[in-house]
Design a protein around this ligand. Structure first.
Ligand SMILES: Nc1ncnc2c1ncn2[C@@H]1O[C@H](COP(=O)(O)OP(=O)(O)OP(=O)(O)O)[C@@H](O)[C@H]1O
Ligand SMILES: [Mg+2]
Length: 241
């Protein structure tokens, strides 16, 4: 379980997240949605321990993150929104490169299964800079999860991919969740948010303004629509849900 206790985040003097508290339960699939710039990626980086809060505490099974940072890093896999790959390597070389960096922490059976599910073997010998955006995103996903983490953090893992690739990614993420892993992922697509999440987390105006099941979302939607009727993007998100 991961707990945020009155966490806030500033970059220099700019407040990006106002103080908020929330819990991510073990084994849950949390779908994060919200307008551009609402703080979703910043939140995910805090969960990944890639960034530190300006105030407040993040707890991992009740212990402050800074005390268990190695455990946090070993149990969490993070897939960044910005694709982070070496452009002049082939897919095969890319995977081998990251596998070496991760030393003995890569789960080979898991990696092989993931490569198959994402059909990466079809482009194994192609250089990253020759691949289309959708394929790069699949490689990015594969690198982020190659250690077979218990907690998978995914920042827009399907951004810019076509429908068939999206289907492959969703099927893989569903399987990870079914096998008991915790998923926390960001998306702007309600179709996949509904297909994957047992909980929605809505970020707006620098904080989470809703967390709950799909049923709770339906109950709360009208009220949120009334409360945020002046926010055009937020209204669209609520209307399209
Ligand atoms: N390293 C940084 N330095 C300064 N400002 C930052 C930094 N990272 C993010 N921000 C700012 O924090 C705010 C939230 O950014 P964030 O990337 O978390 O939004 P987001 O909800 O993920 O948006 P999107 O849907 O566009 O990905 C934005 O105003 C952004 O400009
Ligand atoms: Mg983002």
């Amino acid at each position: 379980m991961i707990e945020f206790d009155q966490v806030s985040k500033k970059y220099r003097r700019k407040e990006v997240l106002e103080p908020f508290s929330l819990t991510i339960r073990e084994g849950s699939a949390v779908g994060i949605v919200g307008p551009n710039g609402a703080g979703k990626s910043t939140f995910l980086k805090l969960v990944a321990s890639l960034d530190r809060p300006t105030s407040g505490k993040v707890l991992f099974d009740g212990k402050p993150y800074e005390k268990v940072v190695r455990q946090v890093r070993s149990e969490i896999g993070y897939v960044p929104q910005d694709i982070a790959l070496y452009e002049d390597l082939t897919v095969k070389e890319q995977i081998a490169f990251w596998r070496r960096l991760e030393k003995n922490k890569v789960d080979e059976d898991f990696l092989e299964k993931m490569v198959g599910m994402l059909r990466l073997d079809e482009v194994y010998d192609q250089r990253i800079d020759r691949l289309s955006g959708g394929w790069k995103r699949k490689v990015n996903l594969c690198i982020g999860l190659m250690r077979n983490p218990k907690i998978c953090l995914l920042d827009e893992p399907t951004a810019g991919v076509d429908l068939a690739a999206k289907e492959d990614i969703l099927a893989w993420l569903k399987q990870l969740h079914k096998e008991g892993r915790t998923l926390v992922y960001i998306s702007h697509d309600w179709y996949e948010l509904k297909a994957l999440s047992d909980e929605f987390l809505l970020f707006a105006e620098k904080k989470p303004i809703f967390q709950g099941s799909q049923g709770e979302w339906l109950e709360k939607r009208e009220e949120l629509l009334g409360r945020y009727e002046d926010d055009r993007e937020l209204r669209r998100i609520l209307e399209f849900s």
